[in-house]
Design a protein around this ligand. Sequence first.
Ligand SMILES: Nc1ncnc2c1ncn2[C@@H]1O[C@H](COP(=O)(O)OP(=O)(O)OP(=O)(O)O)[C@@H](O)[C@H]1O
Ligand SMILES: [Mg+2]
Length: 346
Amino acid sequence: MFFSKRVGIDLGTAHIRIAVPNRGIVVNEPSVVALDPRESAVLAAGSDAARMIGRAPETIKIVRPMREGVIDDYLIVEALLRYYISQITRRVNLVRPEVMVATPAGVTNVEQRAVRDAAEQAGARRPAHLIANPLAAAIGAGLPMGDAQGSLVVDLGAGRSEAAILSMYGVVVWESARIGGDVIRTAIIDYVRRRHNLLIGDRTADDLKVAIGTAEPLERSLRTQVRGRDAATGMPRTVALTSNELVPSVQSVLETVVEVIRTTLERTPPELTADVIDRGMVLTGGGALLRELDKYLSAQTGIPVHIAAEPRDAVALGAAFALENLDLLRPNLITPEGALTGGDRF
Ligand SMILES: Nc1ncnc2c1ncn2[C@@H]1O[C@H](COP(=O)(O)OP(=O)(O)OP(=O)(O)O)[C@@H](O)[C@H]1O
Ligand SMILES: [Mg+2]
């Protein structure tokens, strides 16, 4: 295991990712913790805990402590952070690591205090720093940020979608919605039940989305078999599904992402809008991997779309970079005094 004094953390709804300067991503795990309820001891975290879902006896409690990008269960988040921070920092010499945690741009004061406290209780040096997700994403995606040019980054996670215009290492305008891959999954589950009378679980629906999901109809629609339970008889049944029949369900959620982007642009100063039209927007987060999403979003917004090289890693990498360049970033970090102006409207 690699040891470090500086860690950048993307504490996401579905995944926790930790990056270390000059080293890159060192943790990439589901945001899941398995607990023994009587001892409240952490039995497992990450993929080890996720593997227990649906398989462990009832005495073991399995928790996803993040919800829509923010902390849902404070103590479990603290346990999750401690589990991974202690793995990658050398605790023997008792020097606490410097930590930068990425959070949604629109965190409330209460939410940001919870993140800061959880990180500090979990072993981070005080104060733990907070950076807005889209700013970290833009830095991690390698967007040129030092000059007075505007960039538009859209981060599509499991529980949140955020868009922001950035310039000179700062967030100029941002918007977000509490929707993402999880809501697409629910839309797919609903469709399969309505159209095929088949009940499928979260895992199956996520796999289906990755296997055949698309934002726009495909010329050659992909096809797969999905196993579920017949809604009437309760017996196992398999049906064939195609990419193109899922498109309306997928788009019903993406419409909100388009609204988030449009509202961001409406509130953007004209000079920066011109930059964005020239440069295009950059997509980060796991949602950026959805088929044909670039085509769909550029058709809907009229702006070119680029997908970051490693869209899922961008936020954690950017948080680690920010720690290495604290003087540059400090004025633009999230602090209780200076809440970022923007909207959480959708
Ligand atoms: N190939 C793919 N096609 C479509 N969706 C994908 C693909 N790969 C991952 N996803 C989706 O991306 C989402 C996870 O993205 P990510 O790990 O960036 O989220 P997160 O950071 O944990 O969540 P948030 O930022 O909302 O708190 C899930 O909904 C997942 O299903
Ligand atoms: Mg995220």
